[in-house]
Design a protein around this ligand. Structure first.
Ligand code: FAD
Ligand code: SF4
Length: 331
């Protein structure tokens, strides 16, 4: 680790300038990802660290149509918000299923969107072949034995690293929008367009340009009649990343699914919007057979290695169970 300059601006524009003007500068929010990667793993090596925790980007507001969550709101603060509790139970469940209470009190919403993969080869600087750290160097996970927590959707020969966020799974299903401040002003990007598939460039993970700052996330509030939930399957009951997770918001009328929004976690190189499953569900009877067909459609093109071969079937079963629980018994 080299020495770095530490700065703590109180103005959003100043923070953007301080990172933009220095190619190796990086932001620091709650630090639960950034500090590990810098100080424990030795993967990140910024020469300037811009601490953004004094920026006025904290808090949750609503206009009755959508929720606006400042990027520096912590995961615990968002989970405790009354509108989240009543109108977005799938978001609240996903937040509280993530990490631990201590971490959630530090971890911010902006940082959660930008958390880096937990791929053990990515986080081990002694492993030379990692396309995400060193483009065109290969992928140790594909040939290694430690690929249990890796992705099967959006994955390929170049990289199978998982995006491990729980929060992003319901957010992607609900069409959340990311607010960004860059050197050329403010812009918004739908979360479904925010992440990039690894393709030939696993090192480029999002549409952000160097210096871009996430200022807020906007979450449309679903209609009150929607049935929704978040189901996380993991190796132990708490403080563990998902093997598979499902966020669903479903409207059912007279036994037929009229609208379905599905997000998958634990399986995608990006938070996964399950559009193929949604197409099968919409207009079909709300039955376990339909749910299974929807899951089959989404997992049809899964890319597996020996360590992840169990995941497509686990994902199918989790989709069926989540939808069965969420929709419940129909009259
Ligand atoms: P930081 O660590 O400060 O930053 C993360 C990255 O985002 C850095 O690259 C930083 O430069 C960038 N950044 C931060 N904020 C902004 C911004 N506003 N604009 C632009 N760039 C920004 N997450 C889950 O979803 N589920 C889990 O089960 C889970 N378990 C965990 C278990 C452990 C042991 C740990 C350490 C983490 C776990 N996490 C889990 C991840 C955790 O939620 C993230 O580490 C956290 O949300 C990151 O937020 P932060 O504020 O600490 O970000
Ligand atoms: Fe690197 Fe991606 Fe392969 Fe992990 S899966 S070793 S992050 S290229």
């Amino acid at each position: 680790m080299r020495e770095f300059e530490y700065l703590r601006p109180e103005d959003v524009g100043a923070a953007v300038t301080l990172v933009s003007e220095r190619p190796a500068a990086q932001y620091l929010a709650g630090g639960t990802t950034q500090v590990d990667l810098m100080l424990k793993d030795g993967i990140l090596d910024p020469d300037r660290v811009v601490d953004i925790t004094r920026l006025p980007l904290r808090g949750v507001t609503t206009d009755g149509r959508a929720l606006r969550v400042g990027a520096l709101t912590t995961m615990e603060e968002m989970a405790a918000d009354p509108t989240v509790a009543v109108r977005l139970p799938l978001v609240r469940t996903a937040l509280l299923a993530g990490a631990s209470t201590q971490l959630r009190n530090m971890a911010t919403i902006g940082g959660n969107l930008l958390q880096r993969t937990r791929c053990r080869y990515f986080r081990d600087p002694t492993v030379p072949d990692c396309n995400k750290r060193h483009p065109s160097s290969g992928c140790a996970a594909i040939i290694g034995a430690g690929a249990r927590m890796h992705a099967v959707l959006g994955a390929g020969e170049s990289c199978i690293a998982l995006h491990a966020s729980d929060l992003c799974v319901p957010l992607v299903a609900l069409d959340a929008v990311v607010h960004i401040r860059g050197t050329d002003g403010e812009r918004t990007v739908p979360l479904t367009d925010f992440y990039l598939l690894p393709g030939e460039r696993p090192d480029v993970e999002t549409v952000l340009r160097h210096g871009d700052l996430i200022t807020a996330v906007e979450v449309p509030l679903p209609p009150e009649a929607v049935r929704s939930g978040y189901l996380k399957v993991r190796d132990r009951a708490s403080y563990e990343f998902a093997l598979v997770s499902v966020a669903a918001a479903v409207t059912v009328a007279d036994g037929t699914v009229t609208e379905a929004r599905i997000g998958l976690g634990g399986v995608g190189t990006i938070p996964w919007r399950a559009r193929a499953a949604e197409r099968v569900l919409t207009g079909a009877p709300a039955t376990p057979e339909t749910y299974r067909a929807a899951a089959e459609a989404e997992l049809r093109n899964a890319f597996t290695v020996p360590g992840t071969a169990f995941k497509p079937e686990l994902a199918r079963r989790t989709v069926v169970r989540a939808l069965t629980d969420i929709v419940g018994d129909l009259p």
